[in-house]
Design a protein around this ligand. Structure first.
Ligand SMILES: Cc1cc2nc3c(=O)[nH]c(=O)nc-3n(C[C@H](O)[C@H](O)[C@H](O)COP(=O)(O)OP(=O)(O)OC[C@H]3O[C@@H](n4cnc5c(N)ncnc54)[C@H](O)[C@@H]3O)c2cc1C
Length: 381
């Protein structure tokens, strides 16, 4: 492998994988070292399907070595959880204190749950990784007569609540609490009311202006003094940037995403790029929401800029395009495409599965998602 032209990519999600592909395609002599906490890539938007079982779990992940097998020795995959990024010494350090020196680095570590000071996190269930989604499902099956409390009335919280309702035969009480006055506050009132009616029809209770205060694994105490016994709590209250320690001078947003220059480099570190959720990507001065499309295109852009850097060419600014969003909510969906067109129902669900297929990391997995999108007519309702 050409060590002069080797980029280390930390994180193998949408951004990291696209960055790797861009480098490998743009420079045929370049090498890539992918450092990832897990040996597979995960289609995160499909994690609610661990609950609904509309797609088999095997279709949600793909082994990293398999993804890059065609590149032979140009790609090496290191499975390690990095606890420290040293920007001055140019090293990564993992949980076993092994050091990995790098010349060029792309940070693509995605997001991690934010607990807002809530300390009893040990017993919380989550839907942020494949492992946690499977654990949530298993725990739900394992516990008899349990109620479910979902903390957070954003997309992920509602996806968990709706996913448990449509995917499972059990019909436990499901409550969603959110500390804000409304769920999905950015939606127009009419659409929010429609979602609320849909949740009520599914027998899901929504309580706004309420926070979780205590949870010992069995009993939850809420900020209004109420108590829920024998309850499984799923935390979906928010996400933040990486917890990995960064030695060097970096700027962060309130939710710990890294400020980047327009060419996606870290200011002051021309050899370091940041892409995907880890970066505070901006458009018109506004930090963008976390989304697959922004991660995918920023990763690709960072990879291309790495090659421009190696060739001594000017790096190009990243210009994100917002294609819209669709969130599956059990049998329905919620979304807006091209910034103006609202979509919902089965059409939105179908778009969601088509998009998961389109952005997937392998042909078999892609076909499984396309097949799911096609089958929806018979399966939904
Ligand atoms: C349940 C859920 C549903 C979602 N639904 C949608 C949706 O419908 N549409 C949409 O657009 N977006 C959705 N998102 C958001 C979307 O998945 C993210 O915006 C996207 O995955 C970001 O891509 P990324 O490459 O930046 O990070 P990720 O895909 O999160 O990948 C980051 C990778 O870095 C690795 N990593 C992190 N830290 C370390 C470390 N210290 N050491 C080693 N490896 C590390 C992780 O293991 C992971 O593999 C959803 C997210 C979740 C959790």
């Amino acid at each position: 492998m050409n060590t002069e032209r080797t980029v280390h990519i930390l994180g193998a999600g949408f951004a990291g994988l696209q960055a790797a592909r861009a480098v490998l395609h743009k420079d045929r002599s370049a090498g890539v070292t992918i450092v990832s906490a897990v040996p597979y890539a995960t289609m995160l938007p499909a994690l609610p399907d661990i609950l609904t079982r509309r797609v088999p779990p095997g279709a949600i992940i793909r082994d990293l070595k398999e993804i890059f097998s065609r590149y032979g020795e140009r790609v090496s995959v290191v499975v390690a959880e990095i606890t420290e990024i040293d920007l001055e010494q140019r090293t990564l350090r993992d949980t076993l204190h092994t050091e990995y020196p790098w010349q060029t680095l792309i940070i693509a570590t995605g997001s991690t749950p934010e607990y807002y000071g809530f300390s009893q996190t040990k017993n919380l269930q989550q839907l942020d990784t494949m492992e946690n989604a499977e654990a949530l499902r298993q725990e739900f099956h394992h516990r008899d007569g349990t109620a479910v409390l979902v903390v957070g009335g954003g997309y992920t919280g509602l996806e968990v609540a709706a996913g448990l309702r449509v995917g499972e035969e059990k019909h436990p009480p499901i409550t969603v609490v959110d500390v804000a006055d409304h769920i999905l506050p950015f939606l127009p009132e009419r659409r929010r009311q429609a979602i609320l009616r849909y949740l009520v029809a599914m027998d899901i209770t929504v309580r706004s202006g309420v926070a979780l205060q205590e949870y010992d694994g069995t009993t939850a105490i809420l900020s209004d003094g109420s108590k829920i016994e024998n309850v499984l709590v799923c935390w979906a209250a928010g996400m933040r940037g990486t917890r990995t320690e960064i030695r060097g001078t970096v700027g962060k947003t309130r939710d710990h995403r890294l400020h980047v220059a327009s060419d996606l480099t870290l200011p002051g570190y021309p050899q370091v790029f940041v892409a995907g959720d880890a970066a505070a990507l901006e458009r018109d001065g506004q930090v963008l929401r976390r989304a697959v499309n922004f991660a995918f295109y920023s990763g690709r852009h960072a990879g291309r800029n790495v090659v421009r850097l190696w060739r001594g060419r000017a790096r190009k600014p990243f210009r994100p395009v917002d294609l819209g969003w669709v969130i599956p909510l059990g049998r329905k969906s919620l979304g807006t495409v091209f910034g103006v067109l609202p979509v919902g129902g089965r059409l939105g669900l179908r778009l969601h599965y088509l998009m998961c297929g389109f952005r997937h990391f392998g042909v078999t997995q892609t076909l499984q998602f396309y097949w799911t999108a096609l089958r929806l007519r018979r399966r939904v309702d």
